[in-house]
Ligand binder design. Structure first.
Ligand code: IMP
Length: 178
C-alpha cells in the first residue's frame, strides 16, 4: 500500500460538512431541496451533508466520467442520467467531490439547468482553484486546496482509497535502478 499523508482529518471534514449543511439550510429554510449527488466520488460527502441538513431534503444520483488515473480527459461521458421529473421546478444543489479543471461541473450544471429547476447551486467539498480551465465558480465549497492529487472520503486513484475516512495525498515511492 502507498504512503498517504493526511490533508484533512475525519474531524475536520465533519466540522466543515456541518457548517455547509447549516449554510444551505439558511438559504432554503422550509423549502424542499433536491441534492444531486455525482457518483461515485461525492457519495460520502453527500450522505454526510444530508445528515447535517435539518430541512426537507431529497437525494438523486448522477454519474459522469472524465478521469483516467490522475488526469482529466476533458471529454465528459454521461453514465447514469437523472430523471428530469425529479428536477423540474425544484431547488437543486449539485453535490460534487472536487472541482479541478471545471469541465465536469460545467457539463453537469448545463445538464441539470436544461431540466428547468426552480433554482440551482453547486456545493463541492474541495476546490482546486489554481487548476481551473473553464470559468466556473462553485457556489459553496468546503476547502480550497493546492494543486495536489487527493484521495479518500470518496475520492479515488484508479478506484482505490475511496474508503479512507480522511482526505490525503498519495506519496509516490521513487525507485532508483542501479
Ligand atoms: P474536472 O472536470 O477536471 O473539474 O474534474 C472533476 C472530477 O475529476 C472530480 O469529480 C473527480 O472525480 C476527479 N478529480 C479531480 N481531481 C481529483 C483528485 O485530486 N483526486 C481524485 N479525483 C479527482
Amino acid at each position: 500500500m502507498d504512503k498517504i499523508n493526511v490533508l484533512y482529518t475525519e474531524e475536520e471534514i465533519a466540522k466543515r460538512v456541518d457548517e455547509l449543511g447549516k449554510e444551505l439550510y439558511q438559504k432554503y429554510g422550509d423549502e424542499e431541496v433536491v441534492f444531486v449527488c455525482t457518483l461515485k466520488g461525492a457519495v460520502f460527502f453527500a450522505c454526510d451533508l444530508l445528515k447535517r441538513y435539518p430541512g426537507d431534503a431529497r437525494i438523486e444520483f448522477l454519474r459522469v466520467s472524465s478521469y483516467e488515473g490522475e488526469s482529466s480527459t476533458g471529454k465528459i461521458n454521461l453514465k447514469l442520467p437523472l430523471d428530469a421529473e425529479k428536477i423540474n421546478g425544484k431547488n437543486v444543489v449539485i453535490v460534487e467531490d472536487i472541482v479541478d479543471t471545471g469541465y465536469t461541473l460545467e457539463y453537469i450544471r448545463k445538464y441539470v439547468n436544461d431540466m428547468h429547476p426552480k433554482s440551482l447551486v453547486e456545493c463541492t467539498l474541495l476546490d482546486k482553484k489554481a487548476r481551473r480551465v473553464v470559468e466556473i465558480e462553485p457556489t459553496y465549497s468546503g476547502f480550497v486546496i493546492e494543486d495536489l492529487f487527493v484521495v479518500g472520503y470518496g475520492l479515488d486513484y484508479d478506484q482505490k482509497y475511496r474508503n479512507l475516512p480522511f482526505i490525503g495525498v498519495v506519496v509516490k515511492e521513487w525507485k532508483i535502478n542501479m
